[in-house]
Design a protein around this ligand. Structure first.
Ligand SMILES: [Zn+2]
Length: 246
């Protein structure tokens, strides 16, 4: 699943489309495609895992779900895009296996940018406040909670918990204040490392826990389990990742 940093990369790769006018639309989405013809792209934005195409009177929200992909100025062979935008003077954007919706309200009304781990407006104190309101949540679920950490996905979750030596089934309410702050800070720090490594095509090489079999600190096997309410894959070390429970 594309996590927040991957959407930031898409936004950068597609920035040449800003200011361009849509002349044709195709794809198997059920939204009213005709509404897009003639529209000019005002801005490309992102909030967590949402890619947002802003036009003068409305926006498009694209969510890549589990397996979504995109192509800029080219097409996938043998695949129908969910949505394909063609621009005046050439150029196209095609998105596949994703959810596409119109957003009619201004994006600044719809989105709280301070909750996006990649945003310049990220508010760490706000994230700590939201976490303190979820004392019974497991940390593995809290990190994936898009209301708290928009953009954090399963890779970032596993890497953050390993880096700060925190067991995924720790309860948020049982964390000392400094551990809670460390989780918030590391979620953002690691997201930017993810961005830099992904741009350099070396992201996997830097995984310490995600999909790994052995703890690089203790040299014992990692536990692999589908944990939490979200039941997403967790890779963790029972020796060096401390369980905070009550
Ligand atoms: Zn370990």
């Amino acid at each position: 699943m594309p996590e927040g940093p991957s959407i930031v990369i898409l936004k950068e790769e597609a920035r040449g489309l800003v200011g361009r006018r849509i002349v044709a639309v195709e794809g198997n989405t059920r939204i009213d495609k005709e509404r897009l013809v003639g529209q000019r792209i005002v801005a490309l934005r992102s909030w967590g895992k949402h890619f947002l195409i802003e036009m003068p009177d409305f926006s498009l929200r694209i969510h890549f779900l589990m397996f979504g992909t995109y192509r800029i100025d080219e097409r996938k062979e043998d695949a129908t895009p969910r949505l394909g935008l063609r621009f005046r003077g050439g150029g196209e954007l095609n998105v596949y296996t994703c959810s596409v919706r119109f957003v009619d309200a201004p994006l600044d009304q719809v989105y709280d940018w301070s909750g996006d781990v990649m945003s310049d407006l990220w508010d760490a104190a706000g994230a700590r406040r939201k976490l303190r309101a979820l004392p019974d949540a497991w940390v593995c679920d809290a990190l994936l909670d898009q209301d708290v950490f928009a953009g954090v996905g399963n890779i970032i979750k596993n890497e953050v918990l390993f880096r700060i030596r925190l067991h995924p089934l720790s309860r948020v309410g049982a964390l000392p204040a400094r551990k809670l702050a460390q989780m918030v800070d590391e979620a953002r720090r690691y997201s930017f490392e993810f961005l830099a490594w992904k741009k350099a095509f070396v992201l996997r090489k830097h995984w310490l826990a995600h999909t790994k079999r052995t703890c690089p600190r203790c040299h014992i096997p990692f536990v692999k389990a589908h944990l939490g309410r979200t039941e997403r894959r967790s890779f963790f070390c029972e020796r060096c990742q401390r369980l905070y429970d009550r």
